[in-house]
Structure formats: structure tokens, C-alpha cells
Design a protein around this ligand. Structure first.
Ligand code: NAP
Length: 479
């Protein structure tokens, strides 16, 4: 198990927090600690070792590096100078989860009152929850200390997050929202927010919407949850206006901005974000196979905000020497068996050769690149939850198991009866290159350090977020 980050749990990616996250960490720990598994953290494929070297050392290689980049909006103002208030949701999630690469993102929530989040998938809801939930709720969790300090402020300086409103900007309507009811309910009921729509007509449903809700229970449920939350907030507003002091006082607003397509990030003279310009849309069945798409109306609005988060989907990146479908952002495969490179799928990062015959397979589909497999978002695109990835991984493992005999024979042919050197050979190569590999025993030192620091602070875990500090705790000499 080769990981760029020293922590196996970083394989989790997004969408996982609290108890669920801890369960997955426990699962990873028990696998990585198994005597038959070698965990090699702080090893970056492409920098410390390349895929062809990994393949030469093992019978098979499974690529499971997910999606570590982001789709772009491609609108004016999206790219300001660094720190100018526009981040991808992935960066923001990495920031609050303590990923070392996002530790120093220039985020200052004490200066942000209003946030526009583009997209209404579950990642958008995760970001909204982090911004809107009562900050003290995060104290016992493993949220990164720098994010917690920004949310809660500190005793000396006061401060804390100034965020009072979050706008979820969706280019289609509530019935087409990409999020799921369970996650939406958590945001609407647990965070103490007042839910509002940008205009009163946003919850009007068309005949097509009604048909869609009839056909899909989850879509109906999402619509019901939004309607109920918006109805309750306006009833509470009316009661307060009528002098009823018993109606719940909510400090933060969640605005659903349905039928709004982002067209420009507006910036002030110093480059700071001042708003998001959106075009009103209508939903029409003009997509492939009659699917609904957002069509612009030529009417524009401005959502005032100080920070924009782009939550419109993740993107996988190619790796040298492996086919890559740039359009779909996946490694081309059949049931997890990676296909050989063709002119169309030779990744821009690719320069190495691939194994196998180099010719096409049956029916124009390239042949499998023998001994190379793929799982997860890298295999099928950035959709689906942990359960989806389990099923997906089982398919790849079935393919690998089906090929096992042939792979063992090929290993004997090239390396003799002992087969390829495997982890021992890889560790020797990395040692020779001076790579500071965080193996399982070293990782346990880091894990114990984080858990002890967490206990002392009354938290599940206090994460270390600087690579140098991680390496020091893992027993390496760092200058
Ligand atoms: P997603 O579910 O695909 O949602 C992407 C959102 O971005 C959609 O609302 C989409 O709108 C919008 N969008 C895409 N391109 C756009 C553009 N150019 N302009 C404006 N809006 C655009 O992606 P995600 O939220 O990143 O989630 C990825 C996967 O992880 C999902 O399967 C999700 O369920 C899963 N996940 C699960 C959990 C959990 O279970 N707790 C947590 C996090 C993530 P359209 O629908 O109109 O295209």
C-alpha cells in the first residue's frame, strides 16, 4: 500500500466525518497492520518511484489514487491572485480535515460573512455544514486545529468565524439537486440554520418535476426536506415579526439559490471577492436521452459574498505510463482491468512504455494492460459513496483473482520461481533513493501521538498537519 501522505486514512478522500470516519480509519488500520500488508507512506508515485517500476517489482499493481483535482467553472474572476477568496470544495475540505497540502491555504473566516457554494451535491453540503454548524460541536472531533481555531475563535482575541450566511447555488431546481436526503436532513436539522430560497417561486414544480419525483423517491424526499425547512423558517420569521419571542432564534441563514448558473466572480479594487454573478435559468429536457439541462434566460443577479467555493465535481489526474481518458477523467478499463494506451488515451503525463502486445483487442477495444488494475473514482468517475466504492473494488478484485494464475506464471517467467521481489524490492529501491518511507511501525508513532494529544485536549484526535513535524514524530531526523 503506497501512499503519498503518511496517513492511511487520507485514502478516505471526502464525504466522511465523525463516527463513520473513525470506523473507516479503524478498518484501514487493521488492514495496514496485517503481516501480509506493507504500508509505505510519504512515497509519491511519479516523484519517488514510477508506475513501471512498481509493475516490474510486483505481479500486479492496483491504482487507487482517486480524484485529486477539481473541475473548473471557467468563468471570469475564478482565478484571482492566491488567497483571493475562491477555492475548490476539495481544497476547503482538505483544509478543515488537516491535509498537509491545504494547511496553508489563505482562508480567514473572521473576515468572511457570506459564502457562495457553487453546486448542490453532497460535498457542497459538507462544506455548508462546516461553515454553519455551531462551532463548539467540532471541539470533540478530529477537525484540524487550525480550522477549529478559526471557527471558534480563541479566549484571548475572541474572533471566530464571521460567517452568517451560505448560498447553495444550483443551476437546476430542487428536484434535480445532486445531494441525498440523509445528508440534506443533517444540514437542515442539526445545524440550527434558517433555510430560505432566493425567490418565493423557486419551489414551484413543473409537470416534469412531479413525474421525476413520482419515479424517484429520493428526489421527492429532497424536495420535501427543502420545502419543509423553508416553510418552517418563514413561519418563524412571521411569528417573530408578530412579537412572538418563543419562536426559535437562528443565527445563520442557508439560502437555496435554485435555477442560478454562476457566470462571474466579482472582485473589488484590491481583488477581494465581493459577489457571484449568476444567470437565472430554466430547466428543459434538452440533454442526451431527454435528460434535463439548465438553459440561460438572459436575466442576471448578484449574490453578495466574500468567498466562493466551487463544489462542481472532482477530477482525476493521469499518471505517467498509464492510459487516461481525458474527457471522462478516468483510466480506461474493463471491470477494473486497465486497457493499453492508444493514441486517444496516451495521457499527456505518459511517456513510459506499457507492457503487453501493444495491439488492439477484440472489437476495437484495446487489450488489457496485463497486471494493471484500477478502482474507485479513478475507475468510474467522481460519483458514489463508500458503499459504491466497496462494490466497485470487489469487481476489480474479482478480475485480479481471475488473472492470478496467469500473473503468477508471468512472474516466474521473468523472475524465476520466487517471482518478483515485491515490497522488499520496493523498500530497497526507495532506501537507495533516500526516500523517508513511513512504514507501519513509524505510522503507529504518529497515530499514538495524535491520539494522546487529542485525549489531552478532550478531542478524538489532534492531527499533525505539517509534513516535517509528522516525519519528526515518526522518528526521522529533520533539520
Ligand atoms: P456531484 O454529486 O456530482 O454534484 C456536483 C454538483 O455540481 C451538481 O449540483 C451539479 O449540477 C453541479 N455542477 C457541475 N458542473 C457545474 C457547472 N459547470 N456549473 C454549475 N454547477 C455545476 O459531486 P460532489 O458533490 O462533488 O460529490 C461527488 C460524489 O461523492 C457524489 O456521488 C456524492 O454523493 C459523494 N459524496 C457523498 C457523501 C456522503 O455520503 N456523506 C459526502 C460527500 C460526497 P448538475 O446536477 O446540474 O450537473
Amino acid at each position: 500500500m503506497v501512499s503519498a501522505v503518511s496517513l492511511p486514512e487520507w485514502y478516505l478522500g471526502v464525504g466522511c466525518c465523525g463516527r463513520k470516519r473513525q470506523n473507516v480509519i479503524n478498518q484501514f488500520s487493521s488492514i495496514a497492520g496485517d503481516a501480509r500488508v506493507s504500508f509505505l507512506g510519504n512515497v509519491l508515485v511519479g516523484r519517488d518511484v514510477d508506475v513501471n517500476e512498481l509493475r516490474a517489482l510486483h505481479h500486479a499493481v492496483v491504482l487507487a489514487y482517486g480524484a485529486e483535482s477539481d473541475r473548473r467553472l471557467d468563468i471570469p474572476g475564478e482565478d484571482g491572485s492566491p488567497g483571493a477568496g475562491v477555492f475548490s470544495a476539495r481544497e476547503f475540505v482538505w483544509w478543515y480535515n488537516g491535509h498537509p497540502d491545504a494547511r496553508h491555504l489563505p482562508i480567514d473566516l473572521s473576515k468572511v460573512r457570506s459564502v457562495a457554494i457553487c453546486g448542490i451535491g453532497n460535498v457542497a453540503l459538507d462544506c455548508a455544514r462546516a461553515l454553519l454548524a455551531p462551532p463548539l460541536r467540532f471541539v470533540p472531533t478530529d477537525l484540524a486545529a487550525h480550522a477549529l481555531a478559526q471557527l471558534t475563535g480563541d479566549h484571548q482575541t475572541g474572533g471566530g468565524s464571521a460567517v452568517r450566511e451560505v448560498h447553495l447555488v444550483a443551476r437546476r431546481g430542487p428536484v434535480q439537486a445532486a445531494c441525498t436526503p440523509k445528508e440534506l436532513k443533517e444540514l437542515l436539522t442539526d445545524c440550527g440554520v434558517s433555510a430560505r430560497t432566493a425567490t418565493p417561486d423557486q419551489l414551484t414544480v413543473s409537470e416534469a418535476d412531479s413525474a421525476e419525483m413520482k419515479a424517484t423517491r429520493l428526489k421527492r424526499r429532497v424536495f420535501e426536506l427543502v420545502s419543509k425547512a423553508v416553510g418552517e423558517a418563514s413561519a418563524a420569521d412571521a411569528a417573530t415579526a408578530a412579537g412572538d419571542r418563543s419562536s426559535p432564534q437562528r443565527r445563520r441563514d442557508l439560502f437555496f439559490q435554485f435555477y442560478r448558473n454562476p457566470v462571474e466572480v466579482l472582485r473589488g479594487p484590491g481583488g477581494a471577492v465581493t459577489g457571484l454573478r449568476v444567470e437565472r435559468t430554466a430547466v428543459r429536457p434538452d440533454g442526451p436521452g431527454g435528460t434535463s439541462v439548465a438553459v440561460g434566460s438572459g436575466v442576471f443577479d448578484t449574490i453578495p459574498c466574500d468567498m466562493v467555493l466551487k463544489s462542481i465535481g472532482y477530477k482525476s489526474l493521469p499518471v505517467q505510463g498509464v492510459a487516461f481518458d481525458c474527457r471522462r477523467g478516468v483510466i480506461p478499463n474493463v471491470a477494473g482491468r486497465v486497457l493499453q494506451q492508444t493514441n486517444a488515451t496516451a495521457s499527456s503525463a505518459a511517456s513510459g512504455s506499457t507492457s503487453g502486445s501493444g495491439g488492439g483487442g477484440k472489437g476495437g477495444v484495446p487489450a488489457a494492460d496485463v497486471g494493471l488494475y484500477v478502482v474507485g473514482w479513478l475507475k468510474r468517475g467522481p460519483t458514489g459513496i463508500i458503499g459504491t466504492n466497496l462494490v466497485d473494488a470487489e469487481e476489480t478484485v474479482d478480475s485480479l483473482a481471475g488473472d492470478a494464475e496467469a500473473l503468477l506464471r508471468a512472474g516466474e517467467m521473468s523472475h524465476g520461481s520466487a517471482g518478483p521481489p515485491g515490497a522488499a524490492g520496493l523498500e530497497a529501491l526507495l532506501r537507495q533513493r533516500g526516500v523517508r518511507v513511513v512504514g507501519w511501525r513509524r505510522w503507529r508513532l504518529l497515530d499514538e501521538h495524535e491520539l494522546a494529544a487529542g485525549r489531552a485536549a478532550g478531542r478524538v484526535r489532534e492531527k499533525v498537519t505539517e509534513v516535517r513535524e509528522m516525519l519528526r514524530i515518526c522518528g526521522f531526523a529533520v533539520e
